[in-house]
Design a protein around this ligand. Structure first.
Ligand code: PHE
Length: 426
């Protein structure tokens, strides 16, 4: 697992200094698996057809331009099939409902001053995604292991910060960017290789902070925290949350906001005071700004009590029919809990082995029917060979899987880890 969870960049010195909005989570129960909502309705197909041409923000994207058999390309079909789905633009989908609720918070508190973008193309240059926001040349997030590359200079954005510099350059001073972002990652209930983020940026003028008795950076940091605490309150009413000091290449100081969920602290957003260099390059020399990037799935899981991130992609009516436009926080009722099936697999790894590559193989075969890939044993023998044992949990959110189906997946996984990852099965 090379990459941090919602946010891209590793923590330096986690320092908890604030807790508020207690007691929300205590009342949340994930054990309630209520009877099927409409058990006799026809089930939807669990695989979505792969269309070969999509249009995003007026740009036509052909599958052959995104998925290519070329060493500079690591985009699988399953990822291409997510392009253009834009869950955040569906008003009756939890992600769209949440986006709209955040938009209303900003409209109401800032007199419609924030410009909104939710149709910017997710295919961006390496420069936009990394260089423009000062990500160092050797940063792990640039690796083929962590990011989907279309070619050596073009990627699927891994954060909405990819649009910051350009919008600042165009003169926007208050803006929100919502979009689908893509990351190669491990597999579990809160990680999926495509998710949605919202970026917020606010630029201040000298007369904003002059007279406050604060220096410009402290002023922006205080305003940022006030804004996001207000947002958390607007969304959750009361929830246990804390600020953690962290590091991002594009902000200083930088913070993360964590929310207590399912007995764990969950990162839901990263933020900070924008590096002066970014403002300077976009022609703003007498300003200070703040920026944040929040993970919409993480927040929606808490708000709607959605226990598994794969559900957001479900076309099953028993999922989709539970949400309506403008209704934030309707509690999701599981249609029923289908049993998981576990399969273990051990192999000797090689130097190039990574868990992300393994997860990519498993998803390529089982798609959304894989729930978790977990390292359960790891040892090195006297000859220096390292063995890993992974436990794969297969489970559908929508139906029971058959033994044949699972055995078939597992055989194909075993075959492909040998041929594609060149590991030696034990
Ligand atoms: N882009 C960061 C991430 O995805 C989040 C972030 C946005 C942090 C803006 C600070 C400012 O991890």
């Amino acid at each position: 697992m090379a990459m941090a969870v919602t946010t891209l960049f590793p923590k330096i010195s986690p320092l908890v200094h604030k807790t508020c909005f207690r007691n929300f989570i205590a009342s949340v129960s994930f054990a309630t698996f209520a009877p099927a909502v409409s058990a006799d309705k026809p089930r939807h197909k669990w695989r979505q057809p792969v269309v070969s041409l999509v249009e995003i923000g007026g740009v036509k994207i052909d599958k052959n331009d995104v998925v290519r058999d070329d060493p500079t390309n690591n985009v699988p079909d399953t990822i291409f099939s997510k392009l253009g789905m834009q869950l955040h633009r569906r008003d009756k989908h939890p992600i769209g409902i949440l986006k709209n609720a955040i938009y209303s918070y900003f409209d109401n508190n800032y007199q419609n001053k924030f410009d909104k973008f939710d149709d910017l193309c997710p295919i961006v240059s390496v420069k936009q995604n990394f260089d423009d926001v000062l990500v160092p040349a050797d940063h792990v997030s640039r690796s083929y292991n962590d990011t989907y590359y279309i070619d050596s200079q073009t990627i699927l954005r891994c954060h909405t910060s990819a649009h910051q510099a350009e919008l600042l350059r165009k003169g926007h001073t208050h803006f929100l960017v919502t979009g689908d972002v893509y990351r190669r990652d491990s597999i579990d209930a809160t990680h999926y290789p495509v998710f949605h983020q919202m970026e917020g940026v606010r630029v201040f003028e000298p007369n904003d902070w002059e007279g406050s008795g604060m220096d410009s950076t402290s002023y922006a940091a205080a305003d940022l925290k006030k804004c996001l605490e207000g947002l958390a309150c607007h969304l959750f009413g009361a929830v246990e949350m804390r600020w953690v000091d962290t590091y991002f290449p594009f902000t200083n100081p930088s913070f993360e906001l964590e929310i207590y969920f399912q007995e764990k602290w969950l990162e839901v957003l990263g933020c900070g005071v924008t590096e002066q260099e970014i403002l300077k390059r976009s022609g703003k020399v007498n300003n200070v700004a703040w920026a944040f990037g929040l993970g919409l799935e993480r927040l929606a899981m808490v708000l709607f009590e959605i226990p598994d991130i794969r559900l957001f992609w479900s076309a099953d009516e028993r999922f989709t029919s539970q949400f309506s436009s403008g209704q934030l926080g309707v509690k999701f009722k599981s249609f029923s809990k289908y049993p998981p099936c576990y399969k273990d697999m051990s192999f000797w790894i090689n130097d190039s082995f990574t868990e992300n590559n393994l997860c990519e193989v498993v998803r390529g075969i089982a798609g959304d029917l894989v729930e978790e890939v977990q390292l359960i044993d790891n040892f090195t023998n006297k000859k220096g060979m390292t063995s890993h044992c992974y436990r794969i949990a297969y489970r559908s959110m929508e139906r029971s899987l058959t033994d044949d189906e699972i055995n078939d997946f597992q055989w194909r996984v075993r075959e492909q880890v040998e041929t594609k990852l060149k590991v030696v099965l034990r």
